[in-house]
Design a protein around this ligand. Structure first.
Ligand SMILES: [Zn+2]
Length: 316
């Protein structure tokens, strides 16, 4: 989520700036958000605002299966406790030799370790809490559970492409890791790409996804200057494919409709020395977005979109 704790500072709501600006800004991102432009055209969303209704219209309805499919749906993955955090080397595939680190935001057990996760860690130029609990839907589906599920699906898809995949956590530790360690895991793996998976906790009516890109930060242990450009490339590709596969619109409350937000306050980005982005897949506190986020079928699409964005970046 974007709104509490070390992950995120309070946003500046910009809902009034939707409309024509959405298309204008999307057009400023050549190629990467082509899927969004196509979506806008095909979806026939005349106001250019990418309203929530438009997003629903272009994707299969998920509401019928949303409330309970978590419990019913067969998992696409082995149970997390049985799964190693690092995949076996793939024999072949277009991503053979590539290392991808997936960072599932938060940790399902952070709730039970407030002292540990509130401990301040150095994120370069300042200090922030080790980690946060994350948000949840109004019905109690936690962001931490969501991020792990998407991470598992994403791992499977990337491994099928031949990538070596490592998770920063797999519900295999009592809390965390802290945001500084999350960054170090990607650095130590010499990852070719890192994607941190999240879902937001904004107000009802705020809908859609956004990808968070590192801004240029140089000070203390932080120096993102070398990763700003490749991270933007990665983020634009992930956003473009996420739109195309899920049919979800870029956030209507942040990012001016572009689905992209640059930030300099996130330790997980500031301490990274390898290309890295966050994705906020939707808003857990909006009932329509929650219906998507709680659907296993939709999470598979989310993972597919992210996977295609990563693959596109790594093969460029
Ligand atoms: Zn989060």
């Amino acid at each position: 989520m974007s709104y509490v704790g070390p992950d995120f500072e309070p946003p500046q709501p910009r809902r009034s700036r939707r409309g024509p600006l959405t298309v204008a800004l999307a057009a400023l991102v050549p190629g990467a958000l082509l899927g969004w432009l196509v979506y806008e055209t095909v979806g026939g969303s005349g106001d250019g605002g990418g309203s929530g209704e438009a997003a629903v219209r272009s994707s299969p309805p998920a509401a019928s299966s949303a409330p309970s499919d978590d419990a019913k749906e067969p998992s696409a993955e082995p149970t997390p406790s049985d799964a190693p955090s690092t995949s076996a080397p793939a024999a072949s595939g277009p991503l053979k030799g590539k290392v991808v680190v997936i960072d599932p935001g938060h940790n399902p057990s952070n709730f039970q370790h407030p002292t540990e996760i509130n401990r301040k860690v150095n994120i370069g130029m300042n200090w922030k809490e080790c980690d946060t609990t994350g948000t949840s839907t109004n019905d109690g589906y936690t962001e931490a559970k969501f991020t792990l599920d998407v991470a598992h699906r994403l791992r499977t898809l990337l491994e099928e492409q031949g990538a070596t995949v490592k998770l920063t956590q797999d519900d295999d530790r009592p809390y965390g890791p802290c945001v500084d360690e999350r960054a170090r895991i990607g650095n130590a793996a010499k990852a070719d790409a890192v994607v941190s998976i999240h879902a937001d906790g904004s107000g009802a009516g705020n809908r859609g996804f956004h990808v968070i890109l590192p801004g240029a930060v140089h000070g203390g242990a932080a120096d993102t200057r070398a990763i700003v450009a490749p991270s933007r490339d990665l983020g634009e590709r992930v956003a473009g494919r996420f739109v195309a596969v899920t049919g979800s619109a870029p956030a209507n409350y942040i990012g001016d409709g572009s689905g992209l937000v640059t930030r300099k306050d996130l330790g997980g980005l500031n301490l990274s020395t390898v290309p890295k982005v966050f994705i906020e897949c939707g808003n857990m506190r909006d009932s329509k977005d929650a219906a998507l986020l709680t659907s296993g079928a939709w999470r598979q699409k989310a993972a597919q979109g992210i996977s295609e964005g990563i693959t596109s970046f790594l093969r460029a």
